[in-house]
Design a protein around this ligand. Structure first.
Ligand code: BG6
Length: 485
């Protein structure tokens, strides 16, 4: 069943305690990720996985609810007939009513026999943010805030800077910053980590990675899904808070940050923080918002909430002065794709102008980093058309498809993040100052957007017609052309 693990992947026996253990996040993401890690041998039989919930399910009910989300793992080469049952044996279900503190002593008694400094105790708060503070206090009252304890929280981390500060304080009253893991699941995606490898494990790109050679950067996260069952949450957040404040700005930081001197949590996060602090206040004509048609019918109420945002982001530092970063994200778009496109400047002088047809065409070099799906990298180059006819040029590309190159499946972001928590590695988690700096930038953007009505776009389009890039003679690089599906 187990894969041979590299030594660096071996993880201490740990306890994972999931609050909100029967909720969507647990069932769709956390437990399936734990199951994959179990199949891969990173989670051993000595782990304890405790699913805490208010309305207790029997083990069978829980297993039946979870199983559909584990089918892919069950069909994999790592699973055998006994895997599912063995995994279920690690799971205990406990009643826990966080508000009325029912079941907290039982949680303590369950954990106590194996509590030890060497055994990480991970409390994953898969509950609404308004319960973060109460959950932390409950852990404190029940003597579960120990040096080996870690607490995990998900976005939305606040609604604005003020609420983020308050939320932070509630958690910091109980845990130290070094024990807090704020998840932005984009940072756990393989290609997002690969972006750091690409930049800092190679020399060829870094020397070009600045305003001398880069013309502009585009970051797109397009989704085909709408807001579905999350309409009431989404309507009070919108795309700016739901996607831009966290995932999109994190991607931007990884593209724009200076090389840290070491790959460790504080150095990486210090560099990302510097980027966030260098973002220039947005102008009115640098943002465009949209809403997909029928959104208000789905919501069953009038609303100006944006389901699409496009922005021009400017970074005020030496490396990036004059290089716009265009970011866009939207729901119910024509395709699902997340990608980062780096467009390089044109050649300074054209030696081919008198050669053959197309010889003086400009095909800018572009590096396309495909975050999902079909993860990979493509470098657009200009080549000579083979055969007679002079120096005829045409666009060609170098393609590194992770799908095709690596036979192994790419793990889901949560798998990587959960194991990093057990190992105490905070590199891929957001530090509190980063979250606050992102709000410092986004709060005024939201203020501006409030005065605008979103443009309605049809589902299956790529959002409203562009009004930002076109003014600068640019256009969105459309991932549709790249889609293999
Ligand atoms: C979540 C947002 O953080 O990310 C969702 O709340 C969004 O609205 C999701 O759909 C996108 O994540 P992924 O991994 O599917 O790109």
């Amino acid at each position: 069943m187990n894969q041979a693990l590299p030594e660096s992947a071996i993880t201490h026996d740990s306890d994972f305690i999931i609050f909100g253990g029967s909720g969507d996040l647990s069932i769709r993401k956390i437990f399936p990720a734990l199951f994959w890690r179990f199949l891969n041998g990173q989670i051993t039989h000595n782990f304890r996985l405790i699913s805490c919930m208010r309305n207790v399910l029997t083990k069978k009910e829980f297993a039946d609810k979870l199983r559909p989300f584990c089918e892919e793992a069950l069909k994999s080469q790592f699973a055998n007939a006994a895997s599912w049952e063995s995994f279920l044996e690690l799971i205990q279900i406990l009643e826990l009513d966080i508000i009325n503190e029912i079941g907290a002593d039982n949680l303590y008694n369950t954990l106590r026999p194996k509590l030890s400094k060497e055994r990480p105790c991970v409390f994953y708060l898969a509950v609404a943010p308004k319960l973060f503070g109460t959950s932390c206090l409950l852990l404190k009252k029940n003597k579960l805030v120990l040096p080996q304890s870690r607490v995990v929280v998900e976005k939305p981390f606040g609604h604005d800077k003020k609420s983020a500060l308050a939320l932070n304080q509630e958690i910091l009253n109980v845990f130290d910053e070094g024990q807090i893991y704020r998840i932005d699941h984009y940072l756990g995606k393989e290609t997002v980590q690969n972006l750091m490898a690409l930049r800092f494990a190679n020399v060829i790109f870094e020397s070009q990675w600045n305003n001398r050679y880069i013309e502009h950067v585009q970051i797109t996260t397009a989704e085909t899904v709408g807001v579905e069952q999350r309409a009431s949450y989404y309507d009070s957040y919108g795309a700016l808070r739901d996607m831009v404040q966290n995932h999109m700005l994190q991607l931007l930081c990884l593209v724009a940050m200076e090389p840290p001197s070491r790959f460790n949590a504080d150095q990486v996060r210090n560099e990302k923080l510097r980027v966030l602090q260098a973002l220039r206040k947005i102008e009115d004509d640098e943002i465009q918002i949209g809403q997909y048609e029928n959104y208000t019918q789905e919501l069953n109420a009038q609303s100006n909430t944006e389901t699409y945002v496009a922005m021009r982001v400017n970074i005020d530092n030496w490396r990036w002065a004059g290089v716009p970063f265009y970011i866009r994200t939207g729901k119910k778009l024509g395709l699902r794709a997340s990608e980062i496109v780096i467009t390089f400047k044109n050649r300074p002088h054209d030696i081919f102008s008198e050669q053959g047809e197309n010889a003086n065409d400009e095909f800018p070099n572009r590096l396309v980093i495909r975050v999902q799906p079909h993860e990979g990298l493509r470098l657009h180059l200009t080549s000579k058309k083979p055969g007679p006819g002079g120096m005829r040029l045409f666009p060609s590309e170098l393609n590194l498809s992770f799908d095709e190159t690596f036979a192994e499946r790419l793990p889901d972001a949560y798998e990587r993040l959960l194991m990093d928590i057990a190992r105490g590695n905070q590199t891929l988690f957001m530090r509190s100052d980063e979250v606050l700096a992102a709000w410092d930038y986004i709060d005024p953007v939201i203020e501006k957007v409030r005065k605008k009505s979103p443009e309605i776009y049809s589902a299956d389009s790529m959002g409203p017609e562009d009004k930002i890039l076109i003014k600068e003679g640019r256009y969105w690089f459309d991932p549709i052309l790249e889609q293999k599906e």
